[in-house]
Design a protein. Structure first.
Length: 138
């Protein structure tokens, strides 16, 4: 039941690539001996595996053209990170000057909001960001 809700919510945000991919492959009859090709890696895999995916994005990914997706490809690899700065007692530190070290090594400065939160930083993939309290130069 829960999965049903998730799926319908996802469908609304799906781009044409995902929608069309899903409508094509979800309607295929079972083909136990057929193989499908991942255009990106050149690897073959059982065609019926496509039908086991619950959405077009996973299908497109398996087929190697998920890069054409506009709805998930980007957001999936983009990680939004935000931190709450606290003191050693766990109390949020509002209006506090901080330095964030991005995965690239770049240092950005900011001031926490009233809840002690930093700005959101987007990283490609699950990379770590280090946050220091105070000013810090490379
Ligand atoms: Zn998509």
């Amino acid at each position: 039941m829960e999965q049903q809700n998730q799926k319908s919510a996802m469908d609304e945000e799906e781009c044409q690539v995902c929608r069309i991919t899903y409508s094509i492959y979800s309607n295929f009859p079972p083909m136990p001996s057929a193989m499908a090709l991942n255009a990106e890696t050149g690897e073959w895999f059982p065609f019926d595996r496509l039908k086991s995916y619950s959405n077009g994005y996973d299908m497109a990914e398996a087929l190697g053209y998920a890069w054409a997706c506009h709805c998930r490809g980007r957001s999936r690899n983009r990680f939004d990170q935000r931190f709450t700065l606290t003191d050693s007692g766990g109390n949020a530190l509002p209006n506090t000057y901080y330095t964030a070290e991005l995965p690239s090594g770049a240092l950005v400065h900011g001031i926490t909001d009233l809840q002690g939160r930093t700005k959101r930083y987007q990283t490609h993939g699950a990379r770590s960001i280090h946050v220091f309290i105070g000013h810090r130069e490379a």
